[in-house]
Design a protein around this ligand. Structure first.
Ligand SMILES: Cc1cc2nc3c(=O)[nH]c(=O)nc-3n(C[C@H](O)[C@H](O)[C@H](O)COP(=O)(O)O)c2cc1C
Length: 374
C-alpha cells in the first residue's frame, strides 16, 4: 500500500516534456498492438473506443508500420501513406479524450515483416538470412541496400510528420524486440561487411540505422522523441547499449525506455520489473547522456511503481517514467483505480496474471483480457 500523499507526489507528479507539454502522471501505457486496425491499417471505431478508455499520463499506440513492407502482424496500424492521417487524427483525439498525451510508436519490422501481409516475395533486414516461422517454415530475408536503408530512414521522418499532423504529442521509435532497427544493432542479425556504413563490425555501424532514424525524425518534427530499446540480449553487452543510448541522445532523443527481447514474461517466474537488473547495468554507462530513463516489463504493484520512480531512496537509480502494457489491457483504468484506492488505504495490485492469452487472442480476433473477459 502506498500512502496517498506519496502516490500523488510521485506517481501523479506532472511530467514535463522537453517541449513544455505536461503529462499528468509518470505512468505510460506501453505500446501495445491491439489487432484492431481495419483494412489497410486504418483506425476505425473499434480501436478508437479501446484507446479512449485508457488512463495514463502518456498513451503510446501499438506499433505503426512506416512502410507497408515493414508490417509484421495482422491488423497493425498503418502510418505509411498520406491517406492514413485521417484515421490517425481520430486515434490521437481518442487518446486525448481521457486527458492523456498521445505518442505514436513507429516501426519497420525488418526480417520479422511478413511477406503474406506486405505483398512482397521476401522480408528485408540488415543481412540475407532465413527467419524461422512456426511449423518449421521460414521467411527469406534479403539484405537491404544502403539506398534501401536510407529510404526506411526517410519513412520514419515522413511517418513522424503524419503523426504530428494528426495531433500526436510524442514519437516513440521502436528500437527493441528484435525488430528492424534493433536488428541493425545486434550482430546476430547484422552481418554487413566492414566497408558498409551500417556494418555489424563496429558500434558506429550497428547504431547508425537507429541513430539516423532519430535524427531524421528530429529534423522533420519539433516533437519529443523517445526510443524503446532492448536492455538485454545474449549477443549485446550492457556497455554497448549504453554507447547506443548516448548516440540516441546526441541525435535528439530525450528519453530511452528499457525493455528486452523476451518482452512478455510472467513476473511470477521472472520477478516483478524483470528488466530492472539489465537496465541498471546499462545506466551507469549512459549517465552523462542527459537522457531520461523509462522501464517496461512486469510492473504490477503500486509499491513497485513507487520504488522504480524513486530509486527506492537512491535518486541515481530512479526511473523518470514507467510503462505498463498487459495490466492496462485487463484494466484500462488501472491508474484511476490505484489513485482512488490510495485514498482508502487499500491498494490492490494489477489483476493481470500475465497469462499472455491477450496476445494469442489478437491472432484470432482482437487483443483483450481473456482471463477476465472470456
Ligand atoms: C498484446 C501485446 C501487444 C504488444 N505490442 C507491442 C507493440 O506494438 N510495441 C511494443 O514495443 N511492444 C509491444 N508489446 C510489449 C509491451 O509494450 C511491453 O513491453 C510488454 O508487454 C511488457 O510489459 P507488461 O509486463 O506491462 O505487459 C506488446 C505486448 C502485448 C502483450
Amino acid at each position: 500500500m502506498v500512502d496517498h500523499e506519496i502516490w500523488k507526489s510521485i506517481v501523479l507528479q506532472e511530467f514535463e516534456l522537453p517541449n513544455g507539454m505536461v503529462a499528468s502522471s509518470r505512468i505510460m501505457r506501453a505500446a501495445t498492438w491491439m489487432s484492431q486496425a481495419e483494412e489497410q491499417g486504418r483506425c476505425g471505431n473499434t480501436i478508437l473506443e479501446t484507446y479512449s478508455k485508457i488512463r495514463a499520463g502518456v498513451v503510446v499506440t501499438g506499433f505503426q508500420y512506416v512502410m507497408q513492407e515493414g508490417q509484421a502482424i495482422r491488423r497493425m496500424i498503418s502510418n505509411s501513406k498520406p491517406a492514413d492521417v485521417a484515421g490517425l487524427k481520430r486515434l490521437a483525439a481518442a487518446i486525448h479524450s481521457s486527458g492523456a498525451l498521445a505518442a505514436a510508436q513507429l516501426v519497420h519490422c525488418g526480417s520479422k515483416s511478413q511477406p503474406r501481409l506486405t505483398g512482397k516475395d521476401v522480408a528485408f533486414g540488415p543481412s540475407d538470412m532465413e527467419e524461422p516461422q512456426h511449423k518449421g517454415e521460414a521467411v527469406q530475408v534479403k539484405a537491404m541496400t544502403v539506398d534501401h536503408v536510407e529510404k526506411v530512414t526517410q519513412a520514419y521522418a515522413d511517418a513522424a510528420k503524419r503523426a504530428v499532423e494528426a495531433g500526436f504529442d510524442l514519437i516513440e521509435i521502436h528500437g527493441a524486440h528484435h525488430y528492424g532497427l534493433w536488428q541493425f544493432f545486434d550482430p546476430t542479425y547484422n552481418k554487413r561487411p566492414v566497408n558498409d556504413p551500417y556494418t555489424g563490425s563496429t558500434i558506429e555501424g550497428r547504431s547508425k540505422a537507429m541513430v539516423d532514424a532519430v535524427r531524421a525524425v528530429k529534423n522533420a518534427v519539433d516533437t519529443p522523441i523517445q526510443v524503446k530499446v532492448d536492455s538485454s540480449s545474449k549477443t549485446v553487452r550492457p556497455e554497448e547499449v549504453g554507447a547506443l543510448t548516448k548516440k540516441l541522445a546526441e541525435a535528439g532523443a530525450y528519453c530511452v525506455i528499457f525493455s528486452g527481447p523476451n518482452a512478455i514474461q510472467n513476473p511470477k517466474d521472472a520477478g516483478e520489473a524483470y528488466f530492472l537488473d539489465d537496465a541498471m547495468a546499462i545506466r551507469p554507462t549512459a549517465y552523462d547522456s542527459g537522457l531520461l530513463f523509462g522501464l517496461a516489463g512486469g510492473i504490477r504493484s503500486p509499491e513497485t511503481v513507487v520504488k522504480l520512480l524513486t530509486g527506492n531512496g537512491d535518486s541515481e537509480a530512479a526511473f523518470d517514467v514507467i510503462q505498463l502494457s498487459r495490466p492496462l489491457i485487463s484494466e484500462p483504468a488501472l491508474l484511476h483505480r490505484w489513485t482512488e484506492e490510495a485514498k482508502t488505504g487499500r491498494q490492490e495490485p494489477a489483476r493481470c496474471i500475465s497469462c499472455n492469452r491477450c496476445f494469442g487472442a489478437g491472432f484470432k480476433g482482437k487483443v483483450r483480457c481473456v482471463q477476465f473477459e472470456g
